[in-house]
Design a protein. Structure first.
Length: 194
């Protein structure tokens, strides 16, 4: 078993980083006057969305159409039966861990290059990930997609339509969405009993 770092370790590292390197600077996002930076930003967002859709489809095809995907699904349902068939379940789960880590790294690179990274931003990403998994349901790729769409729509539409003095209420509406989904479907939208 891998030991986990103490709960406050991430905040301590962030404080040491700020002490030595200073606070993060926000890059200027001014328009050039001819609309080129807005055009470039729209193209970048389109490429990120297209890349996310392609990555999601490739992951879906890996999980549903390949032998490795069948082994991962079977191993997550009943590990003992798969091991009794002579399949190295540890290697199968290592492949799943590698694919998940590669996708997390890709998401970190894309998110870090598009958004701003600073100490403390990680807790926002982790909280959003937790909300997406709870809304979508554990172990469901389609549920994660639906959960992320619902979270993004709730957060952005509430920030857009609430008065400017009440923009911080968008996080409350996120948890209202979470509470409604859990009240209607306690296992998430696509969740299933273990």
């Amino acid at each position: 078993m891998v030991p986990l770092p103490p709960p406050g370790a991430y905040q301590e590292v962030a404080q040491v980083e700020q002490r030595y390197f200073g606070p993060p600077e926000e890059p200027p996002r001014e328009d050039d006057g001819d609309g080129t930076s807005r055009w470039w930003l729209a193209l970048l967002v389109g490429l990120i969305v297209a890349g996310a859709i392609v990555a999601g489809l490739l992951l879906y095809l890996l999980i549903t159409r390949t032998r490795v995907g069948a082994l991962i699904r079977a191993g997550s349902d009943n590990r003992e039966i798969v091991a009794a068939l002579g399949i190295n379940i540890q290697r199968t789960f290592a492949v799943a861990f590698f694919v998940g880590s590669a996708l997390a790294g890709l998401g970190g690179v894309v998110g870090g290059s598009f958004g701003s990274l600073a100490p403390g931003v990680d807790s926002n990403w982790l909280l959003n990930s937790l909300v997406v998994v709870i809304i979508g349901g554990m172990g469901s790729l389609g549920g994660a997609a639906i959960g992320s769409l619902l979270l993004g729509l709730t957060t952005n539409l509430s920030a857009a339509y609430l008065p400017s003095d009440y923009n911080y209420y968008s996080i409350i509406l996120t948890f209202v969405l979470l509470a409604v989904v859990l009240a209607v479907r306690p296992l998430g939208i696509y969740g299933r009993p273990a």
